[in-house]
Design a binder for this molecule. Structure first.
Ligand code: PMP
Ligand code: GLN
Length: 392
């Protein structure tokens, strides 16, 4: 028999599913896959339930229900001062995951080059490759995760079609600064390239850091496709409602990609998310401050244990250097070990690199109840105390 698609046949199951499976198998607290353990606002969930009962359950419009497109446009204005046409510049998708694929499909022809920044989210590279485009990797490295400007500039060339930029960034917690964004904007203009901006953690930013969409920089309104996710903004990751904001010409092509991927997204969820995006400013501030407290709680616990905890300015995640614990093995071994022996799961940071990855960092999700985070720290503390006793 002829083989199935070579790239997908050769792709392993995502690290998030693998580690969640291991967590279940070992009864471990899952600080691996990034999902909150409590649902988002009750009124948003109730709105979705009620919307099922009022007879609008057939295919909604291809680019999204009008209520949600209006709400996304208003949110662009409210949070970033971006004036957006809800009719022509918004496409609702089934999660940011679909939005990323749809935007890449909309931009890329085979042979086009795409600049990707490691550590990278797991869907970026396979989708670029499936489209026959050529990835140009630039890497950030811990502990500073600084943008290597010379390497970034060198990754751009005459064939560059786009950069895929994730800020606030998973797994690093990095929030790109105005100066870094200006540097990227300059490269995009000089090379006549686009940016797919994965901004799913746009409202999860801490300590007075501010999320700046690349799209708000001079000259960038026409070059950026900006992606948001209701899953992250409303702590409802299973809903898979995403939204793309893009100039009309590009949004029209994204809609064609969406038409061939899923065509539409469940109408009740879209209507509930529209309600959610209309929440007062306090909701968004509280989301960030509650998560900042959880970050601090987990970071303090891991630091007490002796790990080198890196700053996280946004997202659901902190990364920690476990080398000080004296564990003999790489990050994959470490994450398996703590799942099996300590009952706590994390994600190896090397999973976000193609090769030559840093090997002694683990990513921990802190979007969990405070008591769950405390229990995770207690388990790790007990485990490593026992290991130290055995070793001495
Ligand atoms: N991009 C990043 C960086 C993410 O962390 C996630 C989280 N799963 C996604 C995209 C996908 O978002 P969604 O669940 O809306 O598809
Ligand atoms: N975004 C989530 C994470 O980084 C996982 C989403 C998924 O499992 N595909 O943990």
């Amino acid at each position: 028999m002829k083989p199935a698609n070579a790239l997908l046949s050769g792709t392993g199951t995502t690290i998030f599913t693998v580690m969640s499976g291991l967590a279940v198998q070992h009864g471990a607290i899952n600080l691996g896959q990034g999902f909150p353990d409590t649902d988002g606002p009750g009124e948003v969930v109730r709105a979705a339930a009620e919307a099922l009962l009022d007879g609008r359950n057939q295919y909604p419009p291809l680019t999204g229900v009008p209520e949600l497109r209006e709400a996304v446009a208003s949110a662009n204005e409210r949070f970033y001062g971006l004036a957006v046409d809800p009719l022509r510049e918004i496409v609702v998708t089934s999660g940011a995951t679909e939005a990323i694929t749809a935007c890449l499909m909309a931009l890329l022809d085979p042979g086009d080059e795409v600049v990707l920044i490691e550590p990278l989210y797991d869907t970026y590279l396979p989708v670029v490759q499936l489209l026959g485009a050529v990835p140009k990797l630039v890497r950030l490295t811990p502990p500073g995760w600084e943008l290597p400007r010379a390497a970034l500039a060198a990754a751009f060339g005459p064939k560059t079609k786009a950069i895929l930029l994730n800020s606030p960034m998973n797994p690093t917690g990095k929030v790109f600064t105005a100066a870094e964004l200006a540097f990227i904007a300059d490269l995009l203009q000089r090379h006549d390239a686009y940016a797919v901006c994965d901004e799913v953690y746009e409202h999860i930013v801490f300590d007075g850091w501010r999320h700046i969409p690349l799209m708000t920089l001079p000259g960038m309104r026409e070059r950026c496709l900006r992606i948001g996710s209701a899953g992250k903004t409303f702590s409802l990751t299973g809903w898979k409602v995403g939204y793309v904001t893009a100039p009309a010409g590009l949004a029209g092509v994204v809609a064609k990609a969406h038409q061939n991927l899923t065509f539409t997204t469940p109408p009740n969820l879209q209507r509930a998310v529209a309600l959610g995006l209309g929440q007062p400013d306090g909701y968004f501030a509280e989301l960030a401050s509650a998560l900042a407290d959880r970050r601090d709680r987990l970071a303090r616990g891991l630091a007490r244990l002796g790990m080198g905890v890196l700053p996280a300015r946004g997202s659901y995640f902190i990364t920690a250097d476990f080398a000080p614990l004296g564990f003999a093995g790489d990050d994959v071994a470490f994450c398996r070990h703590i799942t099996e022996a300590a009952g706590v799961t994390a994600i190896p940071v090397s999973a976000f690199y193609v090769s030559d990855a840093p090997s002694h960092y683990a990513r921990f999700a802190f979007c969990k109840r405070p008591d769950v985070l405390d229990e995770a720290v207690s388990r790790l503390t007990r485990h490593f105390a026992t290991e130290r006793r055995v070793a001495s």
